[in-house]
Design a binder for this molecule. Structure first.
Ligand code: HEC
Ligand code: HEC
Ligand code: HEC
Ligand code: HEC
Ligand code: HEC
Ligand code: HEC
Ligand code: HEC
Ligand code: HEC
Ligand code: HEC
Ligand code: HEC
Length: 327
């Protein structure tokens, strides 16, 4: 009887382990390592290249408007270098059959679901092999079925980068949580138009998990605009050195100063409430006749520990031996 139980437990454990390995396998296959060059889309069989002039007969307005776009100004030598035909057929593929039959199914189209997101992006990546899109395949967007054409429109794009919509509205179409946060009482000045999502993010990069505009730590991103917080300080505050987002949510918060929680609660996650002995009926800390514990609860910790990000001046208490971040 006991032996049977043992065998059953053993079998369960083995199959569990197997399941874990199998699940992990599919995860890896379906996202992280999916090859970007999977199944390059092909145009109608036997179709040949005819050149952009031929399109004008039936798509006159499009051809005219296209000339004013960055892709309409691309020179032959630029595309030759990467082995791609220039003009309309660089993206839509050889068009002879399409023109012969006037059949929309015989041309590569980005409309609808004819192409997978990866196939769409693959067409763009034939030319965009360097710069910002170099490591697209490993980016969160690249791995999550987002296509170049979800954000860029070749024919109807707006602004300098032919975007479907302007940043941040572009990003809000898929990231409602951050839209909500950007409208909270404390927020980076995105709503005011002084910054946008790409001030901090590069939507193409695989440099880090959150597609941030830094190869380094999150703090290095913040220091680009908040250099005064960088230090090095004589008296450092450990969580500040570690990661600004331990206390701050960069997208927006209800509490002031983008703090994830109000004081003193944000501090009490890590520190005990401290009792200022002798505070009662003495003004040693400049507080007056208030009970110490009450004072700490009802005021902000930073009222005294004002140099919360780090300090170069020793505190004036003997027992503190210089630390305490009070000045
Ligand atoms: C003889 C007429 C004719 C010529 C020339 C022509 N097309 Fe078309 N094209 C059509 C018709 C008809 C449609 C379907 C209706 C529409 O979308 O206007 C179409 C649709 C398309 C579509 C959309 C396909 C879809 O699934 O909705 C693309 C892309 C396209 N053409 C590209 C081209 C390109 C690139 C050229 C030049 C190399 C070209 N066409 C030349 C007649 C033509
Ligand atoms: C750099 C890639 C690229 C080039 C070059 C290009 N297109 Fe497109 N085309 C697209 C994409 C992507 C779409 C889907 C709609 C969009 O993003 O604007 C599209 C859509 C279309 C459509 C569908 C109708 C519509 O208005 O959406 C037609 C027709 C078309 N293109 C014709 C042409 C013609 C004609 C040329 C040359 C004058 C051309 N394209 C050049 C990428 C390209
Ligand atoms: C999630 C939205 C999004 C996706 C997906 C996306 N882009 Fe972009 N792209 C942008 C934004 C926003 C900018 C403007 C960047 C800025 O202001 O710093 C941009 C800029 C660019 C630029 C100009 C860069 C420069 O420095 O001149 C190119 C080229 C480009 N994208 C190509 C692509 C290609 C190719 C793909 C697909 C492999 C792609 N993008 C996918 C949003 C996107
Ligand atoms: C035939 C080669 C080629 C293909 C294919 C191609 N591009 Fe480009 N693209 C270029 C070149 C070259 C430039 C640089 C133009 C310049 O800097 O003036 C460019 C510029 C851009 C820019 C920045 C300028 C702007 O405002 O549009 C974006 C964004 C972009 N491409 C997106 C795309 C997307 C999305 C696709 C796929 C639908 C695509 N490209 C396909 C060659 C290509
Ligand atoms: C077409 C929809 C779409 C658009 C538009 C879009 N995103 Fe995304 N984004 C996604 C998807 C899907 C993911 C991956 C799933 C997830 O983590 O939410 C993602 C992931 C991200 C992540 C990483 C999230 C994580 O958990 O690591 C960041 C950062 C991001 N997007 C920023 C942006 C920015 C900035 C823009 C605008 C320039 C933008 N996105 C536009 C769909 C989109
Ligand atoms: C001031 C810099 C900054 C700005 C501006 C910014 N972000 Fe972020 N974003 C970050 C940092 C840092 C992270 C990663 C750490 C975190 O989530 O706190 C992040 C993470 C994300 C994530 C992943 C969130 C998650 O829960 O995993 C998404 C999605 C995202 N940002 C989208 C956006 C969008 C959309 C905008 C524009 C409204 C935007 N961000 C503006 C700095 C910024
Ligand atoms: C591209 C520049 C830029 C980057 C990068 C940046 N910030 Fe900011 N930050 C600003 C601006 C601009 C303000 C508004 C300043 C003002 O109104 O005086 C601000 C304000 C703040 C505030 C005060 C908000 C308030 O309610 O008063 C905090 C906290 C903050 N940033 C934290 C961060 C953190 C943490 C990071 C890194 C994740 C970061 N910032 C990255 C530009 C930036
Ligand atoms: C231990 C929690 C904590 C960490 C970690 C932290 N901060 Fe703060 N930060 C605060 C508090 C509390 C305030 C409000 C300070 C006040 O009211 O005097 C604040 C305020 C700010 C402000 C707005 C007021 C000002 O002084 O300009 C900025 C900007 C800021 N922090 C940036 C950063 C950056 C950048 C980092 C990472 C290097 C960081 N913070 C890490 C707690 C923290
Ligand atoms: C994520 C945890 C964490 C949070 C949140 C945090 N701290 Fe700290 N704090 C630490 C650590 C760790 C130290 C270093 C302790 C040491 O060296 O003994 C420290 C040190 C200090 C010191 C110096 C102590 C000394 O011995 O001199 C003060 C003062 C302080 N924190 C105040 C605050 C205040 C005020 C807040 C809220 C705005 C806060 N801390 C939020 C972890 C945190
Ligand atoms: C009325 C001013 C004042 C307020 C308010 C205050 N502190 Fe202090 N705190 C001090 C002083 C002064 C010292 C140094 C005492 C010493 O050296 O004997 C100190 C010491 C500390 C220390 C290091 C000593 C220890 O107990 O480990 C930490 C951590 C600390 N405070 C955290 C906080 C937190 C968290 C809050 C908010 C809940 C807070 N303080 C509120 C004045 C204050």
């Amino acid at each position: 009887m006991k032996e049977k139980h043992f065998v059953m437990i053993f079998v369960t454990l083995v199959s569990l382990a197997f399941l874990l390995v199998a699940c992990n396998g599919t995860y890896v296959k379906s996202s992280r390592e999916e090859p970007i060059v999977a199944a390059s889309p092909v145009a109608a069989k036997g179709a040949t290249y005819v050149g952009s002039d031929a399109c004008a007969d039936c798509h006159e307005d499009l051809v005219k408007a296209f000339k004013e776009t960055p892709h309409g100004r691309v020179e032959d030598f630029e595309t030759k270098a990467v082995g791609v035909k220039n003009g309309c057929e660089a993206c839509h593929g050889p068009a002879s059959k399409h023109i012969e039959d006037e059949d929309p199914s015989e041309i590569i189209s980005f409309q609808g679901r004819k192409l997978t997101p990866i196939q769409k992006s693959e067409i763009c990546l034939r030319c965009h092999t360097s710069g910002q899109t170099l490591d697209w395949a490993g980016s969160r967007h690249g791995m999550s079925n987002v296509a170049c054409t979800d954000c860029h429109s070749i024919h109807k794009g707006t602004g300098k980068y032919s975007l479907v919509k302007k940043d941040p509205n572009l990003c809000y179409t898929c990231h409602q949580k951050q839209e909500g946060e950007a409208n909270m009482p404390s927020h980076h000045p995105i709503r005011e138009g002084k910054m946008n999502c790409t001030s901090c993010h590069n939507p193409h990069t695989a440099a880090n998990r959150w597609m941030l505009k830094t190869d380094e730590r999150i703090n290095d991103l913040c220091f680009q605009c908040h250099a005064d917080k960088e230090g090095p300080f004589v008296f450092e505050h450990a969580p500040v050195v570690e990661n600004c987002t331990i206390c701050h949510n960069p997208h927006g918060t209800v509490a002031n100063n983008l703090l994830k929680q109000n004081e003193p609660f944000i501090c009490l996650q890590c520190h005990h409430m401290h009792f200022h002995s002798g505070l009662e009926s003495n003004t040693h800390y400049g507080i007056g006749k208030v009970n110490g514990i009450q004072q700490v609860m009802t005021t902000k910790c930073t009222q005294c520990h004002s140099q919360i990000h780090g300090s170069n001046l020793p505190s004036n208490t003997r027992s503190g031996m210089g630390r305490r971040l009070t000045r």
